[in-house]
Design a protein around this ligand. Structure first.
Ligand code: AHR
Length: 321
């Protein structure tokens, strides 16, 4: 019995050492395949699709057995997926938490089962940070600040803003809203006159923008969208109302998906702050380090940039999402 478990352990160690050393396909040679459970939020945006694809393709490249679950926008589905990963005895659980609160009970279950948890993309609110091993993603507060500063600089400190918020209760919606609000306080001429959730979805963003245009005729100067899908939906609503997005109404957004950068280069959206979804490689490097017993940083943030008319066209040919 003892002998078997020692043998399995040394096979796993060999696999991890190979993964750490090469970061790639050497794992196929190891006896034990690493199992990772990924509880994804859903497929609400082009950003999310690129994120899922990065996680799946990188797992395939490294020979990792990825158990992928799409929660279809529901926290209860994500929690159910995490419980099933625990039952299946995966080596590491990765969660992109749809909302910030309500995670402690299931994270405690993972901790009791001694399965490390990596939070990716979105953070959570918890009084006990030992419930997760680390976080990998973008700094949403910084993204909101960058969008507001760009606007303040290009709008001469004046404008009536409508805000399209992301999923209620999610970290990106909460932090992008707070950061933008904090930053525009310095400019009394910039005012948020209306704000509503478009749930990070293009169709919802368009519907909410149509309602804003009806409710505030000839009043709106700026759209602040928490993501590009909603910004693109809003641009369409503006066009259908007989106005020119990017000219009659300034649009500032976040994500920097290829389609939005194209719209920036064409002057249809005015600026988009990057939020890279391509963190498959970083997540699996971290999985390998955790399983090899190495200490990892508690919070790892991606470095994101901003695109406007000055650099969008140049960025297009090499854009990966
Ligand atoms: O959590 C990241 C956000 O979620 C992205 O900005 C958005 O497009 C996605 O749906």
């Amino acid at each position: 019995m003892m002998k078997t478990s020692l043998t399995r352990k040394s096979f796993l160690a060999a696999g991890i050492a190979a993964l750490v050393a090469s970061g790639a396909s050497a794992l196929h040679a190891a006896a034990k395949t690493i199992k990772v459970g990924f509880a994804q939020t859903g497929a609400e945006s082009a950003w999310r699709t690129a994120n899922s694809e990065s996680m799946k393709s990188e797992a395939a490249k490294r020979g990792i057995d990825l158990k992928f679950s799409d929660a279809q926008g529901k926290q209860e589905n994500q929690i159910r997926a995490v419980r099933s990963f625990i039952t299946q005895g995966v080596d590491v659980i990765v969660i992109a938490p749809i909302v910030e609160t309500g995670w402690d009970p299931v994270l405690r279950e993972a901790k009791r089962a001694k399965i490390p948890v990596i939070l990716t993309d979105r953070t959570i609110q918890t009084a006990d940070e030992s419930l997760f091993t680390c976080f990998i993603g973008s700094d949403f507060y910084e993204e909101g600040r960058m969008a507001a500063d760009w606007l303040a600089k290009h709008a001469n400190g004046k404008g009536n803003i409508v805000e399209l918020q992301g999923t209620p209760g999610s970290a990106p919606a909460n932090e992008r809203r707070k950061a933008f609000g904090d930053a525009i306080k310095k400019y009394p001429g910039l005012k948020i006159i209306d704000s509503q959730s478009g749930n990070f979805e293009r169709s919802r963003g368009k519907e909410v923008m149509e309602a804003f245009l009806k409710k505030h005729p000839k009043t709106i100067n700026v759209v602040y969208a928490h993501n590009d899908d909603m910004a693109l939906g809003a641009a369409q609503a503006i066009e259908e109302a007989g106005l020119k997005p990017g000219k009659d109404i300034t649009i500032v957004s976040i994500d920097a998906i290829g389609e939005a950068i194209k719209a920036v280069a064409a002057g249809r959206i005015n600026c988009t702050v990057e939020c890279s979804p391509l963190f498959g490689p970083k997540v699996y490097d971290t999985v390998a380090r955790i399983l090899a017993g190495q200490k990892v940083e508690k919070k790892m943030f991606n470095k994101d940039e901003l695109f406007d008319i000055t650099n969008a066209a140049k960025a297009l040919p090499t854009r990966k999402y």
